[in-house]
Write a protein that binds this ligand. Structure first.
Ligand code: MG
Length: 405
């Protein structure tokens, strides 16, 4: 039934669990074991259901007088932006591919990128095609993923130190992962600068040893080397033998520091990509435009679900004449984010790897996607190919569902 109308939307907070306690990063306390997936289900008069999550909106709580971060604010936004709208009125389609957002829906989809993913999902279901096709078609047969759960596990288990991180990496390798990202940046806050540097180096070398020479390893400092480019130089030099694939947010994005950092990297002989951009809330922000235009970064990282498919399509068009790769941030996006990033990565020519938090299953039905040799297969179903397991939903989470019609 073409041109179906959205006649019911629901919001449900669904818990999602890690496989272990995740430690600190350079800035914050332990990540812990659990997060909330703010599941949004939009249903049509013809019986379709599209999905997204509103994690970004619900995280931005600035007080009870502000609608942001509240269920009532979320319901009002969804009612205004989506309820009563036709599935085919959101996105511009040409030759079976989405080429843009219609004018009326651009402002909400740009501000709340996660809503554009729901529009893709519903449109794909309505047309009977995968979002991979809507995004331009499949460019790879499988999508590689990296284990992103190697936080400061050494501080969670002080008696084992760097060995704890290496042990977890080895276990992940046995589980099939081939790419691993670990948190570094200990000099910034949680350890004395020199000791933090030494621990960072020790962790990188121990993880390389644990996962083998054929695995890819990445590091992420969450700006923990700010103001200490001298220590960063030591870090890059002392980890050369580990052959780091990318270095993420080693210092805060600014042209001056990235010029120094990039020259240092080249002088020392590191091949690591320099990547950043997950904190860019309105991408591309001016600083990131400067970094790209000056050839100072190799990968750009706005969040898959916060930026959404529509914004990412525009970003990729902008980046196309450059050599900058798409490396969307996906942390905190739960099981939904893993699927959205998988679909995006299947169609993106410059995509590198899916940031995988390795959550336990929660509310979604088993489907055709498999994980083998460090990569996910691509879902065949229409839209995102993702469905809520209604039995599990009703039994465990339905009691907290809020519905608007
Ligand atoms: Mg990061």
């Amino acid at each position: 039934m073409p041109g179906q109308t959205i006649n019911e939307i629901s919001v449900t907070p669904v818990p999602v669990h890690y496989r272990k306690e995740l430690g600190r990063n350079s800035r914050g306390e332990n990540m812990g074991r659990e997060r909330t997936e703010w599941l949004v289900r939009a249903r049509t008069d013809g019986g379709l259901e599209g999905l997204t999550i509103a994690n970004r909106f619900m995280r931005e709580f600035t007080g009870f007088n502000d609608p942001e971060g509240t269920v009532r604010g979320l319901m009002a936004l969804l009612r205004e932006s989506l309820l009563g709208k036709r599935v085919d009125e959101f996105l511009e389609v040409s030759g079976g591919r989405v080429v843009g957002v219609t004018d009326a829906h651009k402002p909400p989809f740009w501000e709340h990128g996660w809503m554009s993913i729901l529009a893709f999902d519903l449109l794909g279901r309505d047309m009977g095609v995968s979002c991979v096709d809507l995004l331009g078609g499949r460019v790879r047969d499988v999508v590689p993923a990296y284990d992103t759960t190697l936080y400061y596990q050494d501080l969670v288990n002080p008696e084992k130190g760097a060995g704890q991180v290496a042990e977890e990496a080895a276990e992940s390798r046995r589980d099939g992962y081939r790419q691993f990202k670990m948190k570094v940046g200990r000099p910034g806050r949680w350890m004395a600068p020199q000791a933090g540097l030494e621990r960072d180096i020790e962790v990188v070398l121990a993880v390389r040893e644990a996962v083998g020479s054929d695995a890819a390893i990445m590091v992420d400092a969450n700006f923990g080397y700010d103001g200490r480019l001298d220590l960063l130089e030591d870090f890059v030099r002392e980890t050369l033998s580990a052959n780091i694939f990318w270095m993420e947010e080693m210092v805060t994005h600014n042209v001056a520091d990235y010029r120094v950092f990039r020259r240092m990297r080249d002088r020392l002989g590191s091949n690591a990509l320099l990547v950043c951009g997950e904190v860019d809330r309105d991408p591309p922000g001016p600083v990131f435009v400067d970094l790209v235009n000056n050839g100072l970064i190799d990968g750009y990282q706005p969040d898959t679900v916060s930026a959404g498919f529509s914004r990412w399509q525009a970003l990729e068009k902008w980046l196309e004449p450059t050599s900058v790769r798409s490396i969307p941030h996906n942390f905190g996006n739960s099981n939904f984010g893993a699927r959205a990033t998988l679909v995006f990565g299947a169609a993106s020519k410059t995509f590198e790897s899916l940031e995988d938090e390795r959550y336990l299953p929660n509310v979604y039905a088993n489907d055709d996607v498999t994980f083998e040799e460090g990569s996910y297969s691509i879902p065949a179903g229409p839209g995102l190919g993702l469905a809520v397991d209604q039995e599990i939903f009703a039994a465990k989470f339905g009691g907290n569902e809020v519905i608007i019609k």
